[in-house]
Write a protein that binds this ligand. Structure first.
Ligand code: M6R
Length: 609
């Protein structure tokens, strides 16, 4: 969960690395550093704290070289400090690393016994020493890295520079992401595409077990056992400004407001209103699979899991297939049962979440057919799967997921409609009606976003609440969970999401005049029942903030405060009811002054178990 970046070219490298790290800071932000070739030496500047600290350190100590590597850290081994920040230096080599070396205890003991002294508490320094030890006279950096990695077990994306080879960077990958950027007379590498975008949109994804030597004009890729790899560069369609704030105070706010566009992009080319169907070639699945399966299993974590809960609802309702949702972080530690008649849908915006990746691997080993729903092209989970359905949200930088969530919902509803059509459980007329409702969502979202001032007023009213309950039924339940997750992760208020019908089985004990209760209560099939739950809250003097449908007087009459959303079809309600909840979390956090885009203790991609 760190970010790494490297550059070989003719520009001054320190600002290039810093800009790259800014675009990767979402991956980790407790310390950072760079290593640069300068006049036959490797100079290293590191700083504890956020990237601004590194920037100040670099202002105080400008560097002139044009080859270097950089790192932004999310601590795993060793507390966040300058001493534990990367790059780690050992003799002639400096190393940056994203991942975890699993056999670090054993390797450290061996190295210590042979006289090596360590200057940090990191597992990465072990790799630096192993490479340095192998990098003897006549052994190239590439060969030394390869040799060192034979001893290493675990996950890594590595970038290494050697004082003795000033014109190149060597990189290697196992389980953690690494992508090469092919520029014009310059070559880059990074943990994620946004870091490359100011220089190039031509990228080559490194596979697990591969190593590469980057010079200004060439990326020489080989497998760890020495076989050459020929892989053409792909052009990504993300624009450089997509990873900038564009006048918004935070990435999260920008990303909330980008949702109508992100939904349009995710729908584009995938819907045929004339035939009432989803375009086959766009789904990453074969019609035969749709007919053969007898179960759908969703695997995901966090926000993606909430999307999965909606997916289950849609798949059961529209395709009449039994569907289950699994927290991927739990699946891998059970002895789960998957069969060849399972369709596993793995949802992950980053495509890197280790728990989801491992659960996918297990499902695949048991013969299940796996489809990834993902926002990042060619990332680890799509590559582990049989097919991929990409959301087109564009880069999401804010740690709290927003536009990736709503585009996941779009992808899952498309999938459920497609399954229903293939399995003859959904006729073309009903499918066309649903698709039409989806196509109209961006407009409904824009209307909802225009009402931001009402949400801001609610945020001012409730910003000091220490606890908040979120309730919903049916498709409103995952939205209640997601609203609570958004609030807790960025405002640090304690928030719980509950199925409204479960309240009476326990949480109702929490209700008193100090407990704000957000109720997702649009005019859907569950409205009457949800209304009864609201009455139960009111009877105990709970404060109700209702997410209601436009013009619903009955709902407005029972809630102390309401935030209304346009009247859309029941099936697509989550796509609008989530918007005021995202904004509520955002404004409360902003009013409290928390670090909205980089909340404490979190990282955007979770590549640890
Ligand atoms: O990249 P993924 O979708 O697999 O990530 C899963 C969770 O880590 C992620 O959704 C997390 O819960 C977000 N911080 C939520 O905003």
């Amino acid at each position: 969960m760190c970010g790494i970046v490297g550059y070989v070219g003719s520009s001054r490298v320190a600002p290039v690395l810093l800009e790259g790290l800014r675009r990767l800071e979402y991956r980790g932000y407790d310390s950072a550093g760079v290593a640069v070739h300068v006049d036959g030496k490797i100079e290293i500047v590191r700083a504890a704290g956020k990237l601004d600290q590194l920037e100040h350190a670099l202002e105080a100590r400008p560097m002139n070289g044009s080859v270097g590597i950089g790192h932004t850290r999310w601590a795993t081994h060793g507390r966040p400090s300058e001493q534990n920040a990367h790059p780690l230096l050992a003799g002639d080599v400096a190393v940056v690393h994203n991942g975890i070396i699993e056999n670090h205890v054993e390797l450290k003991r061996q190295l210590t016994n042979s006289g090596v002294e360590f200057s940090s508490d990191t597992d990465t320094e072990i790799v630096a020493h192993l490479i340095n030890r192998a990098h003897t006279e006549g052994v190239s950096l590439m060969a030394a890295v390869r040799q060192a990695l034979t001893q290493v077990r675990g996950a890594y994306a590595l970038a290494i520079v050697s004082r003795r080879e000033p014109d190149c960077i060597v990189i290697a990958k196992q389980s953690s992401p690494l992508v090469i950027g092919v520029g014009d007379g310059e070559m880059l590498c990074a943990s994620d595409i946004p870091a490359l975008l100011p220089h190039t949109r031509r990228v080559i994804f490194l596979d697990d077990g591969e190593i590469a030597q980057l010079t200004a004009t060439e990326a020489r890729i080989e497998t760890l056992d020495g076989k050459p790899v020929e892989r053409a560069a792909k052009t990504v369609d993300w624009s450089p400004v997509a990873a900038e704030k564009s006048g918004f105070k935070h990435f999260m706010l920008k990303e909330i407001f980008e949702q109508p566009r992100a939904v349009e992009d995710t729908l584009r080319g995938r819907v045929s209103l004339e035939t009432g169907d989803v375009v086959d070639s766009e789904l990453g699945l074969d019609g035969e699979v749709a007919r053969q399966i007898d179960r759908v299993v969703f695997l995901a974590c966090g926000t993606s899991y909430h999307a999965a809960l909606c997916g289950r609802y849609w798949v059961e309702q529209l395709a009449k297939v039994p569907a289950h949702t699994e927290l991927a972080s739990e699946t891998r530690y059970r002895d789960p049962v998957f069969t060849s008649r399972d369709l596993v849908i793995a949802i992950s915006q980053s495509g890197e979440t280790l728990d989801t990746w491992a659960a996918v691997k297990t499902a695949k080993e048991h013969g299940a057919h796996v489809l990834a729903v993902c926002n990042v092209l060619d990332s680890a989970i799509p590559r582990m799967s049989h097919g991929a359905l990409y959301t087109h949200a564009g880069p999401e930088i804010g740690v709290a997921s927003t536009k990736c969530f709503t585009t996941q919902l779009v992808a899952l509803l498309l999938l459920a409609i497609w399954l229903g059509r293939r399995r003859d459980t959904l006729n073309s007329h009903r499918a066309a009606t649903l698709l039409q409702a989806l196509v109209e969502i961006p407009h409904a979202m824009r209307i909802t976003l225009e009402r931001k001032d009402a949400v801001h007023a609610a945020a001012r009213r409730w910003m000091h609440a220490e606890h908040m309950l979120f309730l919903g039924r049916g498709l409103g339940y995952p939205i209640a969970l997601e609203g609570a997750l958004k609030l807790k992760e960025i405002s640090y208020a304690h928030a719980e999401g509950y199925a409204a019908g479960e309240m009476k089985h326990g949480p109702i004990a929490l209700i008193d005049e100090n407990m704000p209760v957000v109720v997702v209560m649009p005019r859907d099939a569950h409205f009457e029942k949800t209304l009864s739950n609201v009455q139960e809250v009111r009877a105990r003097e709970g404060q109700v903030i209702g997410i209601i449908s436009d013009g619903d007087q009955e709902a407005a009459a029972v809630a102390q405060m309401t935030l209304s959303v346009p009247n859309v079809a029941d099936a697509v309600l989550p796509l609008v009811t989530i918007v005021p909840l995202q904004l509520l979390a955002y404004y409360i956090a902003d009013l409290k002054g928390t670090d909205v885009d980089q909340p404490r203790n979190l990282a955007k991609t979770v590549t640890v178990e």
